[in-house]
Design a protein around this ligand. Sequence first.
Ligand SMILES: O=P(O)(O)O[C@H]1O[C@H](CO)[C@@H](O)[C@H]1O
Ligand SMILES: O=c1cc[nH]c(=O)[nH]1
Length: 293
Amino acid sequence: MMIPASELILRPDGSIYHLHLLPGQVADTIITVGDPERVGEVSRRFDRIELRVEAREFVTHTGELNGQRLSVISTGIGTDNVDIVLNELDALFNIDLKRREIAAKPTSLTFLRLGTSGAFQSDIPLDSVVLSTASLSLDGLLPFYPTTAVDSGLSAALSRHLEEAGTPLPTPPTVVRPLLPDFLVNPDPDRIATGITMTASGFYASQGRVLRLPTALNGSVLEALRSFRSDSLRITNIEMETAGIYALATALGHRSASLSALLANRAQGTFSRQPARTVDQLIDYGLSLLTGK
Ligand SMILES: O=P(O)(O)O[C@H]1O[C@H](CO)[C@@H](O)[C@H]1O
Ligand SMILES: O=c1cc[nH]c(=O)[nH]1
């Protein structure tokens, strides 16, 4: 069935609307970062760069490292942007843009997010890295995708825990899990912690921060979230993209993993003294996982 021009929007040169990319310009292994400036920090480590495209906050570089073709793209901040990036990248591979038809044989992609985040537990050190083995969506995107595979057991356990604590959330807790790429199925516990990453719709009140305005995520709600346990899982960190990436990637048949460098510790009220160095180390680690070197 032909997808109408209002739904699948192309630029006059045939490129996809927001990302300004054409089929073939993106590798099937894609690093996502929030900050557009981080794209160059990643690609300057490539052996060769074949493409640089910039459109709004979406900067894309494609190149090669250790014989592997890679793309790195900035999503900007928030799952509203993740919605655009995941749908448009998927369309480049899985929709015939000229005929406006879904491809007969889907291509599965691999997404690795290299982001920054705030630690949620006081024992998780600043400047360390967390792999999100699940993500708690507080961002509002997921209800619009009814085929999202929600971990209903974990979501219900968290709901119960919050109700018992008398601290329900402003939105019902929805936990999603990724189809992890092979290189992160058994993460090295000496290098990275694992846990549930909360994905918020904003940076301030939606993450429990108070400057001049109060937040619905007040001290007792944060404490209830902090004390949640399910087997060995607990909520480790907060950021603004992972749940959207996990939900859409999984629903579209792609693998995804999110690694976060912890620049803040929200339980301790501290912030990294070396944020650039920590992000550099995360990039090196992510690239070594992707290329096996
Ligand atoms: O460092 P990035 O990847 O942008 O990620 C984090 O930083 C931004 C907020 O400062 C949000 O996008 C959050 O998810
Ligand atoms: O606390 C933090 C730090 C980085 N990014 C976030 O979204 N929150």
